[in-house]
Design a binder for this molecule. Structure first.
Ligand code: HOZ
Length: 430
């Protein structure tokens, strides 16, 4: 047994499934998970010394690549001053000023420790503000693992083939209504069915937890219009797209202004951070100003803030970073589409900016139902082939491929050539 296998076996004895987050277990793709010992730039090294070109990037935050020296230095220096105070510190103020400065729809922002927490809190604020209970989410969108959002969720829930989670009381999910992504009619129907009862519509503006599904023309603006008409709040879950599609996130990219926004790991440059924010009058509902309670001892943690601030300063100081990763994403998708066409592979290439996906289905993918037509066995074969070539893509069909500023043209050429060899070897059957 190699070291990763030994670690996985040890882990299985003391951690459920041997992992601290289900997708890491490789269950959907076969094979044993690699235990990562270190990472730098676009590469990760496992416990056995194998080096992988990484296209997961800790599920998004590593837009600058792993272990960026300025980010690491900021975190180390902050750690030397203290790991946690449980009291306010200057870095929290600077972080909030940066986020509010970049994202115009965010006038007040509250730091939390994960995307899940951000979503859970934003939903509470929306309910407190509107005095309504129901929330509309979209099939295949994933908003973390809070009870009410584990209904027709994406990510590991979708990968595991179970639409919902056990342990969620009926009452918790009863106020969650689901609509079809890219399907405005299904949203209108819900508002007609539950007049004056819907507090908010929450959406991943680019769905990146059922593979990557981009919003069709008019979808996001349509949601904005419906929410305004119905006096419901529009929440953009930008845990993945925030500070990835650009400094203004998907809302800037598509020109649609939500009422509330949730952010995740990217604002901590990989440290455990989340945040939610929005219009002043809505966010003024949050304690201690208002009656919506939300708290956290580790929220605004000084080390996480320092790392995040360093990352955001680099992104702000060099607009070329977004140009580079977005252009690289465009050309990667174009080349991958060429391969798919050349080999007449029953595959779809989707994505926007530095987020991409190769779906193993002949159906164009525009929502949960079409994403689910993917041949996950074929994806597993592709995954194992790529891993064997030292290329680490997400261990599930229903996740995104993330690019970072550390990826080079040579990295992309190597990846395309490994994909080409996969298609060649499959002789059209996949
Ligand atoms: N799709 C998840 C992140 N948005 C995968 C990561 C995880 O659950 O560990």
């Amino acid at each position: 047994m190699n070291r990763s296998e030994v670690l996985f076996e040890r882990a299985g004895k003391v951690i459920p499934g041997g992992v601290n987050s289900p997708v890491r277990a490789f269950q959907a793709v076969g094979g044993k998970p690699r235990f990562i010992a270190s990472a730098g730039g676009a590469k990760m090294t496992d416990a056995d010394g194998n080096v992988y070109l990484d296209f997961v990037g800790s599920w998004g935050p590593m837009i600058l690549g792993h272990s960026h020296p300025a980010v690491t230095e900021a975190a180390v220096k902050a750690a030397e001053r203290g790991l946690s105070f449980g009291a306010s510190c200057e870095a929290e103020v600077e972080m909030a000023e940066l986020v509010c400065g970049f994202v115009p729809s965010v006038e007040l922002v509250r730091m939390v420790n994960s995307g899940t927490e951000a979503v859970m809190s934003a939903l509470r604020v929306a309910r407190g503000y509107t005095g309504r209970d129901k929330i509309v989410k979209f099939e295949g969108c994933y908003h973390g693992h809070c009870d009410s959002m584990l209904v027709k969720a994406g990510s590991g829930v979708m990968t595991g083939g179970v639409p919902d989670s056990a342990g969620v009381p009926e009452g918790c999910a009863a106020d969650t209504l689901t609509a079809g992504y890219n399907d405005l009619e299904s949203v209108k129907k819900l508002f007609a069915q539950f007049p004056g009862q819907i507090a908010a519509v929450i959406v991943e503006p680019v769905a990146a937890n059922m593979g990557v599904v981009t919003p069709e023309e008019g979808f996001l603006t349509g949601l904005r219009r419906i929410c305004t008409e119905e006096k419901a709040l529009l929440i953009f879950d930008e845990v993945i797209t925030g500070f990835r599609l650009g400094l203004t996130g998907a809302q800037g990219y598509y020109g649609v202004t939500p009422d509330l926004t949730t952010f995740g790991k990217i604002i901590g440059a990989g440290m455990p951070v989340g945040a939610y924010g929005g219009r002043r009058e809505i966010m003024e509902m949050v304690a201690p100003l208002g009656r919506v309670y939300q708290a956290g001892t580790l929220s605004g943690n000084p080390v996480a803030m320092a790392a995040g601030i360093a990352g955001l300063h680099i992104l702000k100081g060099d607009p070329g970073i977004y140009e580079k990763v977005n252009r690289m994403g465009d050309s990667f998708r174009k080349e991958l589409k060429n391969l798919v066409e050349r080999f007449q592979a029953p595959c779809q290439v989707t994505g926007v900016g530095s987020l991409s996906c190769l779906f193993f289905t002949k159906e164009p993918v525009r929502d949960y139902v079409s994403a689910k037509t993917s041949d996950t066995e074929a994806f597993g074969r592709y995954f194992r082939h790529m891993l064997g070539r030292g290329i680490y893509v997400a261990p599930s069909q229903f996740e995104a491929l993330f690019l970072s500023a550390a990826h080079t043209k040579e990295d992309m050429d190597r990846t395309l050539s490994a994909a080409e060899d996969y298609f060649k070897g499959q002789g059209g059957s996949l």
